[in-house]
Design a protein around this ligand. Sequence first.
Ligand SMILES: [Fe+2]
Length: 353
Amino acid sequence: MKIVKTSELVPGMELTEDVYLSGKVLLLSKGTSLTYENIRWLTSLGVEQVTVKVEVEAEDSGAIDIAVEPVIHPFIQTYQKAVDSAERVLLGLVHNNKLDEYELVSTVKNLLMVVLNEPGVLKYLTWTREQNEGIFSHLVGVSAYSILLGRWLGYDNTKLMTVGLAGILHDLGKCLIPSEILDKPSTLTSDEFKLVQEHTTRGFHLAMQGNIHRIEILSAILQHHERLDGSGYPGGIKGNQIEELSKLIMITDIFDAMTSSRSYRQSRTVFDAVEEIMSESYVEKLDPALSLTFVRRIVDHFVGMKVELSSGAIGKVIQVDQQNPHRPVIWTEDQMVDLRDNMKISISRVLPD
Ligand SMILES: [Fe+2]
């Protein structure tokens, strides 16, 4: 057969058709001999199948090609559109002082529908975020993770819309900070650091100019870098002075930021991100009722993941301890590795299935 599921591709197979994302963005050209990285990339973008050349046996020397449009998972399509819309709407607000509320609301509504109804969303979300960088991708990623966390907390759809809107707007103020500073690979000077921190207050004022009046959303923009122990910014406020939605976005913001690529660094694994969230919760910076719900549900999805260990071994996660979800039990080709007992070994990356 010529149509091959992305999960069954192996390096060395040759594409017989160009592969496009949403029919417009060329991902890989016809004739490409697939590498491990290509396959990983196609998987992360939700391309479910492609056509490849298959050598035919015996006297038939040719190869059969069957043209087929790659099937893209609905979440990936919605995610890409949402990133484009977020950029259009938020830059419109920055440059024209006008918020296209209709487009913003319909973008979040579409994201909410796909996040709540499509099976496998979490897998595609984590893969996609690992491959994408930039403010608008981050905003959509945080919006999607926040909708998921809101659902796990039992929020109704009206509240989930507010959560999704807060997620897509929370870093609005970064549109006002020069990208050379946001993407600076070296340590920021204290003035630059202060300027980056201002994205909270500047975003808050910009949102008000755009006629956003809902207190939970304005608070999330202003407070998502506060911490429950008062160690955050801009206000250094504590505990119940912080809105619940701001506490929720703190968690999804950390998770999304750590697990996505940045121009100056590789993404960290979901295991590292969960460890960070748990340790911030133990020292009472994050709300444990929210963070433990998030961690418990996210780690359910770890079992079965294919991972590479720092020792170079490749294996599958077969068991996750809820108390130590970042130190799971891995089955490699010939042995079981319990990372709780092997502190020198860590998970260096997650591999496509
Ligand atoms: Fe932020």
